[in-house]
Design a protein around this ligand. Structure first.
Ligand SMILES: [Fe+2]
Ligand SMILES: [Fe+2]
Length: 164
């Protein structure tokens, strides 16, 4: 990982690392269950809740921030192609997240049968795969582009806005 000079890029990087950690735990849990977990299974309930709140909370907020505050700056600096690619990925990931979120929620209130569980697993693995690839792309392309574009004042303002 390159040396990040800006607060905004450091913050994004930290959130990427946290997201990858959660995705790794989720993927491992999915792989551990061949059959649907019991509805009272605490290990499943814990990760299903963590993923559900992660997707609805931090991840949604992170995507919004990138789209609203960062992508326009990149576009204005000739980085339109990467913005297009990342925006397209956001919209696919949001779609998968909304379906997966509903299934995770449902798994907490009703006992899943084999077919529902297989659907959840398939969507879960798809979400993990798309997110990992997206985060890797951003770590390689987005952060370095932002490091070149953001001035110190701009950076301080952005990170304050995001925190607020
Ligand atoms: Fe993103
Ligand atoms: Fe990101």
């Amino acid at each position: 990982m390159m040396n990040l000079e800006r607060q905004t890029t450091r913050r994004l990087h930290e959130e990427h690392v946290a997201a990858l950690d959660l995705l790794g735990r989720f993927e491992q849990t999915l792989a551990n269950y061949r059959d649907p977990p019991e509805i009272i299974d605490d290990q499943w309930r814990g990760i299903a809740r963590d993923m559900g709140s992660g997707m609805a909370g931090e991840i949604a907020r992170h995507f919004d921030f990138e789209e609203q505050a960062l992508f326009p700056r990149l576009e204005a600096n000739g980085e339109g192609h990467i913005v297009q690619l990342l925006s397209d990925e956001h919209s696919v990931i949001r779609q998968v997240a909304s379906e997966l979120g509903a299934l995770l929620q449902a798994s907490l209130t009703e006992q899943f049968e084999g077919a529902e569980w297989r659907t959840l697993k398939m969507l879960g693995f798809e979400y993990v795969e798309r997110m990992i690839s997206h985060v890797q792309k951003e770590e390689m392309a987005l952060l370095s582009a932002l490091e070149n574009i953001l001035g110190e004042d701009d950076d301080a303002e952005l990170v304050l806005d995001y925190a607020g």
